[in-house]
Design a protein around this ligand. Structure first.
Ligand SMILES: [Zn+2]
Length: 312
């Protein structure tokens, strides 16, 4: 089975697959799936499993265990693995392929970071891409080689035929999808929870939809975290109101022990602490500690000085 893959792209969607079948997904799905994989770890493990496997079945089991990691990955990676599993030395083939992907990964990652990540660069994506190509010779040589490795195919689909890019090497299609997104000005952003790249729905989206454990996604985690932050801010406000009322009462009852100016200073300080609590710059515990009322004072005691000794 020879690997030959095809790709078609539009501003919102991409279709990828082999000559028989193309699968539709949101634009960027393939590239993001590539960026998410731990290619070097996979390559190392494949070689290590191969070294330890004395029997064919052991090698096969090793291959299958590595293949399970691709359950959530893009279908094209799984298709490539199926192809590799048919080769005589499948673990070796997997190790070679993963190694190739691992060497390509930092280059494509840097390209995404420099060109598509709107938070790290300014100006147009096109200008940033041109600057990157002139800066990294390795990338521009690779781009040239990739372009020469692309062919065009007419794909007969159920909904009609269309012209597609075709290539044997998945890296070529990955690079083309990157270039397509540069041409579209597609913006990538790093998720504030997991740190991985995603394509934000709007400029306000800061979290991705990847699973983040306990049946939640990064986005739903963030919603919960913001909610508890808001609760904390509300709690801080009611804590302040209570303290403030108590302080006010003391100032009114015994102004000689609790001077008005001191009270005003306390108020200013705690209000600014409250704002810091809102912004998450100070913890709830630290806020409570710093917003405490001054200790109780007995009549006759003077602040900052010991009580004069009692006359005998
Ligand atoms: Zn995330």
């Amino acid at each position: 089975m020879a690997g030959f893959y095809m790709m078609d792209m539009s501003p919102r969607q991409e279709e990828l697959g082999d000559e028989d079948r193309l699968e539709r997904a949101p634009l960027g799905t393939f590239l993001l799936s590539f960026l998410d994989q731990e290619w070097q770890g996979l390559a190392d493990e494949a070689m290590e499993l191969r070294r330890r496997a004395y029997l064919m079945e052991q090698a096969q089991r090793g291959f299958d265990s590595l293949r399970r990691r691709f359950q959530g990955a893009h279908p094209l990676f799984r298709q490539e693995l199926d192809r590799l599993s048919a080769s005589a030395d499948s673990l070796y083939a997997l190790g070679q392929w993963a190694g190739e992907m691992a060497r390509f990964h930092p280059l494509l990652y840097a390209a995404v970071e420099r060109v598509l990540d709107r938070d790290t660069g300014d100006g147009g994506a096109d200008g940033r891409y041109r600057a990157l190509l002139s800066e990294i010779g390795e990338l521009s040589r690779l781009a040239e080689r990739f372009h020469e490795g692309v062919s065009v195919r007419y794909h007969m689909g159920a909904g009609g035929g269309k012209l597609c890019y075709g290539a044997k090497d998945l890296r070529i299609l990955l690079y083309l999808s990157f270039e397509y997104m540069v041409s579209q000005g597609t913006a990538f952003r790093r998720c504030l929870n997991c740190g991985r790249y995603f394509i934000p729905f709007s400029v306000h989206t800061c979290y991705c939809d990847r699973p983040a454990g306990e049946g939640k996604t990064c986005k739903s985690y963030a919603a919960k975290a913001n909610y508890s932050k808001r609760l904390q801010a509300d709690e801080g406000r009611s804590f302040y109101v209570k303290q403030n009322n108590a302080y006010q009462m003391r100032v009114r009852r015994s102004p000689e022990l609790y001077p008005q100016e001191e009270y005003r200073l306390w108020q200013t300080r705690v209000r600014s602490l409250l704002e810091q609590l809102d912004r998450g710059e100070v913890s709830w515990e630290a806020f409570q500690e710093q917003a405490k009322l001054p200790g109780r004072r007995r009549p006759g005691a003077v602040k900052g000085r010991k009580e004069p000794p009692q006359a005998e």
